[in-house]
Design a protein around this ligand. Structure first.
Ligand code: DC
Length: 229
């Protein structure tokens, strides 16, 4: 069967990553979490006290930044490695979440990560989620999805997710973080979060997880069938 590229963009906390992961599993595709790459770069900069207002310093550190994904031996889920060290848990902490949008604004960071992402998708058969996948990384993607959901619903879902990982965070703090990130991601000069003209909008506020996955898988099969003709 012919393979396509599926781009899933949308606001923070809409369930893009878990949906994309499940869609990829059903199609036998590779899932790539582009947000994890921005998070890993952010963690690297935080750990090294990089002055992000200095493009030269940012470029120097980008030169020694190596981000890879490797499957967990048990769950088989892709996990993020920063210069050979597993940082899958650390990149999801609030410390990183609070700073990641600032780092993602930087042109140097975006140029580097976008080029790595494009290499990862060269062979097709990938589902990538992020903010600029359908607009910048893969403007030719055969299927583009733009996910949205009500802010309060997103915050409750995120709180549950963090709680399951043992981290208890007040709902107010999560709402604040999500709305702040929405604002920065949508308002930035470099590749702002916008819906591509040819993206299908999926509002997940009142959808069950399986419903949103099935909906996207069906859209994918339709695109694959069209491409086959
Ligand atoms: O998907 P996420 O919430 O893990 O992403 C973390 C941050 O990374 C998000 O606030 C914005 C940034 N990001 C981006 O600018 N472009 C992408 N393609 C993916 C994420």
């Amino acid at each position: 069967m012919q393979k396509i590229v599926i781009a899933i963009d949308g606001y923070s906390g809409c369930g893009k990553s878990s949906t994309a992961k499940s869609v990829a599993k059903q199609l036998g595709y590779t899932y790539i979490d582009s947000g994890a790459m921005y998070r890993a770069a952010t963690l690297y900069f935080l750990n090294n006290n990089v002055d992000i207002s200095s493009p030269q310093q940012v470029r120097n550190y980008l030169d020694s930044l190596d981000i890879t994904f490797r499957p967990n031996p048990e769950s088989k889920d892709q996990e993020t490695y920063l210069n050979g060290v597993n940082v899958e848990q650390e990149i999801r902490t609030m410390k990183v979440s609070d700073y990641v949008s600032e780092v993602s604004k930087l042109k140097e960071v975006r140029n580097e990560l976008v080029s790595q992402q494009q290499k990862m998708g060269r062979e097709k058969g990938v589902v990538m989620d992020g903010r600029d996948i359908g607009t910048v990384v893969f403007p030719e993607a055969e299927l583009k999805v733009f996910m949205t959901a009500d802010l309060n619903i997103r915050a409750v879902r995120r709180q549950k997710e963090l709680q399951e990982k043992g981290s208890k965070i007040a709902l107010e703090k999560i709402i604040q973080n999500l709305s702040e990130r929405d604002k920065i991601d949508s308002g930035r000069k470099e590749s702002p979060l916008i819906k591509a003209n040819d993206a299908v909008e999926v509002d997940t506020s009142h959808l069950q997880f399986e419903e949103q996955v099935n909906l996207i898988v069906e859209l994918a099969y339709k695109k694959i069938a069209v491409n086959q003709d």
